[in-house]
Design a protein around this ligand. Structure first.
Ligand SMILES: [Zn+2]
Ligand SMILES: [Zn+2]
Length: 282
């Protein structure tokens, strides 16, 4: 069936297929023989094209993990025939997330899986830990993906985060790669001309991390083991990559940490990021 022996290459690697509220969110994480998506908020065709660009045939995905029900994270799930249904991929989401969809998604019950805070799911050599996060959604989760037997080698994918509680920081600290939201510049958001309620939602405790909040978060999460920080879910209207990069890289530098820091493209496929030395046989 969908069990693939596909040799994707050694170690743990990740990429985004899009990373914004406008173009959607989907993050590929793959080991040598298994690959997953975190979120599928693009059109079916865009997901298929992006995966092929990254050398991962869609049907070889072992699972899709949903962070929350917002459309920019679930677009290809809420179709008559979802991306997951077409390619026979199991989808993990919180019970309340499934409930929020009602029957408005094209996925057979056999492919629906429940996941909740504290769960660890094995997908081939990948181990996916689900962790609750603060965001204005019914059951928001983020994920830390590691290699079985090499748990120090991990990618944490954390977008749509109102703030960083210490319990979540404890669970994410020291990941080899952080995919972290740096959503907006506060001044640009405040002067955006958006409706007041929307601005308050974004800035609120259950909204999105600003550049300054991402900078504060990253120094709580990164350690000497962190080799890659990749900024995600940047607002197209209320942020600029150089502002986010300045804030986060500056904060890391002041802590004496020097991981590579890059911003993901809002739309389109990013490059493939390898998480540190791929000491597969170590
Ligand atoms: Zn989002
Ligand atoms: Zn959201």
């Amino acid at each position: 069936m969908i069990q693939a022996e596909t040799p994707f290459g050694p170690g743990l690697a990740f990429a985004s297929l899009a990373s914004s509220s406008v173009f959607g969110n989907a993050y590929l994480v793959r080991g040598a023989g298994s690959a997953i998506l975190i979120d599928c908020g693009l059109s079916r065709r865009a997901l298929e094209q992006g995966l092929l660009e990254l050398g991962v045939p869609p049907a070889s995905l072992g699972a899709i993990f949903i962070t929350h029900e917002h459309t920019d994270h679930t677009r290809s799930l809420c179709l008559k025939v979802s991306f997951a249904q077409k390619h026979g991929i199991p989808v993990f989401a919180g019970r309340e997330v499934w409930r929020s969809f009602g029957y408005a998604y094209g996925l057979s019950p056999a492919l629906r899986e429940e996941v909740r805070d504290g769960d660890e799911v094995a997908v081939g050599e990948l181990r996916v830990a689900a962790l609750e996060k603060p965001h204005d959604a019914v059951e928001p989760l983020c994920y830390r993906v590691s290699l079985v037997g090499q748990e120090w080698h991990s990618v944490a994918v954390v977008t749509d985060l109102g703030h960083l509680p210490w319990t979540l920081a404890d669970s994410l600290r020291g990941a080899s790669a952080l995919v972290l939201e740096s959503n907006h510049d506060v001044r640009m958001e405040m002067t955006s001309g958006r409706p007041r309620y929307l601005i308050e939602r974004v800035l609120g405790n259950l909204g999105h991390l600003s550049n300054e909040q991402a900078a504060d978060a990253v120094v709580r999460l990164a350690t000497g083991a962190t080799t890659q920080v990749t900024l995600a879910h940047l607002s197209i209207d209320c942020n600029r990559p150089e502002l986010a990069l300045d804030a986060v890289a500056g904060a890391l530098r002041r802590q004496g940490l020097a991981p590579s820091v890059e911003a993901l493209p809002a739309g389109g496929t990013s490059r493939l990021y390898h998480t540190g030395a791929a000491a597969v046989s170590a």
